[in-house]
Design a binder for this molecule. Structure first.
Ligand code: FES
Length: 108
C-alpha cells in the first residue's frame, strides 16, 4: 500500500481572462478543494494511511472541468458543488464505490 490510502489531486489552475481554454479555478476549485481538505480532517481521515487532497496545476482535461483525480485507482471526476464532493468522499473514499455519475470518460 502507498503512503496514503487515497491521494486526490484537484486542478486549481487559473488562466487569464480571454484565454483560449477554460480553467478549473473559474469553477471555484481552490475553495472546493479546501472544503474537501477540511472535511477529511474533520472526519479523521487524514495522515499516513489515510486520505490527502492536494492542489495540482493543469491536468489537461480543461474542457471537462473542474477536474480531480483519485489515486491509486486513477479515477477522474468532475464536480459542481459540496454535495458532489461529499458523495465522492462517502461513496468512493469511505465506501469503496466510485461515483459513476461524476466520473469522466476513459480515454479512447
Ligand atoms: S485547467 Fe484544470 S485541467 Fe486544465
Amino acid at each position: 500500500m502507498g503512503y496514503y490510502r487515497h491521494h486526490l489531486f484537484f486542478c486549481t489552475n487559473q488562466r487569464p481572462d480571454g484565454a483560449e481554454r477554460p480553467s478549473c479555478a473559474q469553477c471555484d476549485s481552490p475553495r472546493l478543494r479546501g472544503y474537501v481538505k477540511k472535511r477529511l480532517k474533520d472526519l479523521g481521515l487524514t495522515g499516513a494511511g489515510g486520505i490527502r487532497a492536494n492542489t495540482a496545476g493543469c491536468l489537461d482535461r480543461c474542457e471537462e472541468g473542474p477536474v480531480l483525480v483519485v489515486y491509486p485507482e486513477g479515477v477522474w471526476y468532475t464536480y459542481v458543488d459540496e454535495d458532489d464532493l461529499d458523495e465522492i468522499i462517502e461513496s468512493h473514499l469511505i465506501g469503496g464505490k466510485p461515483v459513476e455519475r461524476l466520473m469522466l470518460p476513459e480515454p479512447v
